[in-house]
Design a binder for this molecule. Structure first.
Ligand code: GNR
Ligand code: NI
Length: 157
């Protein structure tokens, strides 16, 4: 979870398959975004779908935030830290440059939840999880709870 993802050199069949698998995992979860880091693939690949209808898949390969402005606070959750929802400060607007599913470069201006999600997913690629923005005390509590849960899961297996 704390591994730095490497850039994709070429959007080939393998990368396209990864994107398909990640989209399936995100929709099944269900979640509004997924970084390759979360499926233990350390490449700079993100899928996002914040639509109500779950049919607006956004694929970001080698994403870079090229501009950011303002501030917003949003309650975030993460598939990698189940059950934890906490407010995090993020940029209100971001301009992101990335390659699409077919390897074509594009730029996107995002705000609101989409901007939050893009920042959350890019953090995953850098080995960062949103709980790292919380206070030490909250992080300690979250860690203790996750350890307790994994001990329970191990005991039940
Ligand atoms: O499904 C998710 N919901 C969410 C809500 C608020 C802010 C960020 C997110 S991302 C999360 C899925 C996830 O963990 N992606 O890494
Ligand atoms: Ni997450």
């Amino acid at each position: 979870m704390h591994t730095l993802a490497a850039p994709v050199r070429e959007v080939d069949d393998e990368v396209r398959q990864l994107v398909r698998d990640m989209a399936e995992t995100m929709y099944a979860a269900p979640g509004i975004g997924l970084a390759a880091t979360q499926v233990n693939v350390h490449r700079r690949v993100i899928v996002i779908d914040i639509s109500e209808t779950r049919d607006e898949l956004l694929v970001l390969i080698n994403p870079e935030i090229v501009a950011a402005e303002g501030l917003q606070e949003c309650e975030e959750g993460c598939l990698s830290v189940p059950g934890v929802y906490e407010k995090v400060d993020r940029a209100a607007k971001v301009k992101v440059r990335a390659l699409g599913a077919e390897g074509k470069p594009f730029e996107l201006d995002a705000e609101g939840l989409l901007a939050v999600c893009i920042q959350h997913e890019i953090d995953h690629l850098e080995g960062k999880v949103f709980v790292e923005y919380l206070s030490r005390l909250k992080q300690t509590r979250i860690r203790a709870r996750m350890q307790k849960q994994s001990r329970r899961a191990a005991a039940a297996a």
